[in-house]
Design a protein around this ligand. Structure first.
Ligand code: ATP
Length: 431
C-alpha cells in the first residue's frame, strides 16, 4: 500500500507546532546535528491548533491490531465549511517550507518483509562528506553531469508538455573503487534529495519490488547497486522483467521528480534489454586512475601540486600501469605524513599492478579488467589487430617493464613466465 502523503504532511506539520512541547507525552529525538532535539508527538495525545479564529483538535491514534497510525481531526461544525480547505492549504504550505529548510539528506534502506510494522523503509541521516567538488573525475564530464542535473531540476514543465514523467535515470559503471557509490552521495547532496537504497536481496518477488517503490517519496534518488552481480546470480527473487518494469514500467511512473541510479562493474555481461537506447537516460563510465586523476588525488589527499617523483609516476601510467582511485587514495591516506613515502608506495603499487597483470595475461588467466586496461593503454593490441602478433607486443611490454620495474619478486615471476612462453612458442607454429 502506498504511504498516505497527506498523513505525512499533517504529521510533520503538527510536530512543528510549539504546542507539541506542552502535551502530556512527547518523544525526544536527537538529530544528526548533535545540538538539535526534535520533539515528536506521542500516540493517543491530543493537541490544539488555531486557524483563522477557529480552534481545531488533532489526536494521534495507534491501532492496536495492525499497528497502523491515523490522525483524527475535530472542529466545530460551524467552522468546518469556512476553514477546512484553507486550513489544509496552510498545512501543505508549512510542510513545503519545512522540507525546503530541511537541508539534511536521509538515507532509506529496505528491511526484510517480516519486519514491516512501520513500512519497509528505515532511515538515518545521510552525512556522507562527498560532494561534486571532492569527486575526482574528468572536469568536462563533471561539468556536463552537473548541468544535466540542473536542467532536470528545472524541467517540470518540459516533461509535462511532452507527456513524460519527470524522472531521469543514470547508469554508473566501472571497476571496483572508482567512485560510483561516492558519486551517488555527491548527487544526492547536489540535488538535495533523499536516497532510497534498494537491496534486491531483501526483496521477495517482483510485486514486492513494486510495493517498495510505492512507499518512496518524490524528490528522491532510487539506487540499485551492483546490478550486474545480482543479475549474474543463479536464482534471484526478482526477475529480469521485474527489474525492467521497475526501471520504466507503469509502476515507475508513480511519483515525480525522481532520479534512478544503477551501478555495475561492467556492462559486458548485461542483458541487451537493459542497455537498449532510451531505457537508461545517461551512462557514465568511471575509469581507473590516469595521471591527471592521480594529480587531483595528490592535491586533495597530500596537499601537493608537484613533486620530483611525479615524473616516475607518470611513466608508470604511460606504460599501462593503473590502480583505482580507492587504492591510490588509501595509500595516500595511510602515508599522509610523508608525501615522498606516499608517492614511492604508489609507484611500487603501480609497478606491482602492471607486473601481475602482464603475468596473468602471459599465463592466459587475464581477467576482463586486465585485458581491457592493457588494451586501453595501447601497449597491447587485440589479437590479430594492426597486423602485429600479440605475443610480440607482450614481449615489447615485458622488455619495457623489465627495464623499469624495481619489484624483484614480481619480475622474477614474470621472467619465469617469459622463459616458459619462449620455450613453448618455439614448439608452436606462428598463426
Ligand atoms: N573518483 C573518485 N573520487 C574521489 N574518491 C574516490 C573516487 N573513487 C574512489 N574514491 C574513494 O574510494 C573509496 C571507494 O569508492 P566507492 O565505494 O565510491 O567505489 P565504487 O566504484 O562504488 O566501488 P564498488 O564497485 O566496489 O562499490 C571511497 O572512500 C572514495 O572516497
Amino acid at each position: 500500500m502506498q504511504e498516505n502523503q497527506l498523513y505525512r504532511k499533517v504529521y510533520t506539520y503538527l510536530n512543528s507546532l510549539p504546542v507539541v512541547e506542552d502535551s502530556d507525552f512527547a518523544n525526544l529525538f536527537s538529530s544528526s546535528k548533535s545540538t538539535e532535539i526534535s520533539v515528536i508527538l506521542d500516540d493517543n495525545q491530543t493537541i490544539t491548533d488555531n486557524f483563522l479564529g477557529a480552534r481545531v483538535y488533532w489526536k494521534v491514534e495507534n491501532s492496536e491490531k495492525g499497528g497502523s497510525k491515523s490522525l483524527d481531526l475535530m472542529m466545530r461544525r460551524n467552522d468546518k465549511r469556512r476553514i477546512l480547505v484553507p486550513y489544509f492549504q496552510h498545512i501543505h504550505q508549512v510542510f513545503d517550507e519545512i522540507e525546503q529548510k530541511r537541508k539534511e539528506v536521509r538515507l532509506f534502506v529496505n528491511v526484510d518483509t517480516e519486519v514491516q510494522r512501520d513500512g519497509r523503509w528505515r532511515w538515518t541521516s545521510f552525512t556522507h562528506p562527498a560532494t561534486m567538488e571532492t569527486i575526482v573525475m574528468d572536469s568536462d564530464l563533471k561539468t556536463r553531469i552537473k548541468s544535466d542535473l540542473d536542467n532536470f531540476l528545472k524541467s517540470k514543465q518540459h516533461y509535462h508538455r511532452l507527456g513524460k514523467v519527470w524522472k531521469r535515470s543514470y547508469l554508473l559503471y566501472g571497476s571496483a573503487g572508482t567512485g560510483k557509490s561516492t558519486f551517488v552521495a555527491a548527487m544526492a547532496k547536489f540535488l538535495g534529495y533523499d536516497i532510497y537504497e534498494i537491496n534486491l536481496h531483501r526483496i521477495t518477488s517482483d510485486s514486492d519490488l513494486k510495493y517498495l517503490l510505492l512507499q518512496t517519496t518524490n524528490k528522491s534518488l532510487l539506487v540499485v547497486e551492483d546490478l550486474d552481480r545480482y543479475l549474474g546470480e543463479k536464482s534471484t527473487a526478482v526477475s529480469l522483467s521485474g527489474i525492467l518494469n521497475f526501471m520504466d514500467g507503469i509502476i515507475s511512473s508513480c511519483g515525480e521528480e525522481r532520479v534512478m541510479i544503477f551501478t555495475m562493474n561492467s556492462k559486458d555481461n548485461i542483458d541487451a534489454s537493459f542497455l537498449r537506447p532510451g531505457r537508461i537516460d545517461v551512462h557514465i563510465h568511471f575509469p581507473l586512475c590516469d595521471f591527471t586523476a592521480f594529480k587531483s588525488l595528490a592535491s586533495s589527499h597530500l596537499g601537493i601540486k608537484d613533486h620530483k617523483l611525479f615524473t616516475q609516476v607518470e611513466e608508470n601510467f604511460q606504460i599501462g600501469a593503473t590502480l583505482s582511485p580507492a587504492e591510490i587514495g588509501e595509500i595516500m591516506v595511510s602515508n599522509r605524513g610523508s608525501p615522498t613515502r606516499a608517492l614511492k608506495t604508489v609507484i611500487t603499487a603501480l609497478q606491482g599492478n602492471l607486473a601481475s597483470r602482464v603475468g596473468r595475461r602471459l599465463s592466459g588467466s587475464a581477467s576482463g579488467r586486465d585485458s581491457e586496461d592493457l588494451l586501453d593503454s595501447g601497449l597491447v593490441a587485440k589479437d590479430g589487430q594492426n597486423g602485429v602478433h600479440p605475443m610480440k607486443e607482450i614481449k615489447n611490454l615485458y622488455g619495457l617493464l623489465r627495464a623499469r620495474s624495481s619489484r624483484k619478486a614480481s619480475m622474477d615471476k614474470l621472467d619465469m613466465f617469459m622463459n616458459e612462453r619462449e620455450n613453448s612458442d618455439s614448439n608452436t607454429a606462428q598463426m
